[in-house]
Design a protein around this ligand. Structure first.
Ligand SMILES: [Zn+2]
Ligand SMILES: [Zn+2]
Length: 404
């Protein structure tokens, strides 16, 4: 429970005796100090940034270098410049949205449905937030104009179908489908697509193989879902080390992608989704072990061990695991698992984006104002109760003297 709430309860339930005025003043001042620190999430941000910088440094020796790219690999064709933690953390600012929404579009077979339920669990563990699934949409929700043969045009579906469906409390909306996706002319297919500008994305199980044939499809789905959600929250592709944010042009690259971040991207993930690094890595390692993904589990276990040894777990001063998400728009171009695509956003998109990004988060301020307004009331109620108790005591002592 956050400190201000604990102190508020203390104020409400405390029974003050003699000399209570001084005690009340001390409690009220402590309460106001804690409440204002809580209302201003930027206050611990600097400390959290410093802690993540330490965690990043401690984990750098665990980074595994990437092999030289083969022709056709994502890195052989990539011309993006990766966004390091230092730069990403300058862009972010706190937000109160805490729900990641999932949206199935079109028909899914029972094994595909089972994979998606597992993905749901992992996303909640990875991003340390509530993950909710919106009611499924039928195949007919995708207009004929948004299709290219048997494939869906991922940017149009994302923009036309998903953008307006992101609920107000949603950090992002990730759709999944069994239909093949494409970026249109010049593209054979795309595994998934994220539009960070609108915090929506879509990915497909179509090319991930038979869901009943072991854990391969699950692993591919997990890498893609975690990767795409990372994009939606501001992370870029990574070419620093083996990392879940590595781009992939083909299944060979996708399968070589670890279900773990490099040191720099771990700091970025925990910046946009604050969590105790030890607990975060331990919990994910446990999930991976259950699913038989032993290599990935071992990697995250090593992360947890290293952070624990460096004594860099969640600091005591960290007041709340408030979720943060980029309000300022991240890259203007869409990115996807595969090669970067330069997508011009539709002309009417700017206003929507501006509306969403310019909204100020007044929750903390409103909470503080409410507390300030209520504090005298609470103190007054306590004083009245005390007077009543005193009068009741007098009545008990001298009850016989009351007029009947
Ligand atoms: Zn990375
Ligand atoms: Zn990507």
């Amino acid at each position: 429970m956050p400190l201000p709430r604990i102190l508020a309860r203390c104020l409400v339930f405390a029974r003050f005796g003699r000399g209570s005025l001084r005690l009340r003043l001390v409690a009220a001042l402590t309460f106001l100090a804690a409440a204002s620190a809580h209302a201003n999430p930027a206050a611990p941000a600097a400390g959290w940034h410093a802690r993540l910088t330490e965690i990043r440094a401690a984990l750098l020796p665990l980074d595994r270098p990437l092999p030289p790219p083969e022709p056709g690999d994502w890195r052989a064709e990539d011309d993006e410049s990766p966004l390091p933690f230092e730069r990403l953390s300058q862009r972010e600012r706190p937000n109160t949205q805490r729900v990641l929404y999932l949206q199935a579009v079109g028909t899914l077979s029972p094994p595909q449905e089972a994979v998606l339920r597992r993905v749901h669990t992992y996303l909640a563990a990875w991003y340390w937030l509530s993950v909710r699934r919106l009611p499924d949409l039928p195949d007919s929700a995708v207009s004929a104009k948004w299709r290219v043969g048997r494939q869906w045009h991922a940017p149009t579906v994302s923009y036309r179908l998903l953008r307006e469906r992101l609920p107000a409390d949603g950090v992002a909306l990730l759709a999944f489908t069994a239909t093949d996706l494409t970026l249109g002319q010049g593209w054979n297919f795309v595994y998934g697509l994220a539009m960070p500008r609108y915090r929506v994305g879509i990915w497909s199980l179509h090319r991930f193989g038979d869901p009943a044939a072991g854990t391969m499809l699950l692993r591919r789905a997990l890498v893609t879902a975690i990767h795409e959600t990372g994009h939606m929250l501001g992370l870029s592709h990574c070419d620093r080390a083996a990392c879940v944010m590595n781009g992939a042009n083909h299944l060979g690259e996708l399968d070589a992608t670890p279900l773990a971040p490099c040191a720099d991207d771990l700091a970025s993930f925990l910046w946009v989704a604050p969590a105790d690094a030890v607990q975060w890595a331990t919990q994910l390692a446990g999930l991976l072990r259950v699913d038989g993904l032993v290599g990935d589990a071992e990697r995250l276990r090593a992360v947890a061990e290293r952070v624990r040894q460096a004594n860099l777990g969640l600091p005591l001063w960290f007041p709340d695991l408030s979720w943060t998400v980029p309000k300022h728009v991240v890259p203007a171009a869409a990115v996807q698992v595969g090669v970067a695509a330069s997508l011009e956003p539709p002309p009417d998109s700017d206003q929507t984006d501006r509306d969403r990004t310019s909204a100020t988060d007044w929750t903390g301020v409103a909470g503080l104002v409410a507390v300030l307004a209520l504090a005298p009331v609470v103190l007054g109620v306590l004083a009245v109760r005390k007077r009543r108790r005193l009068r009741a005591g007098l009545r008990e002592v001298g009850g016989g003297s009351q007029p009947s």
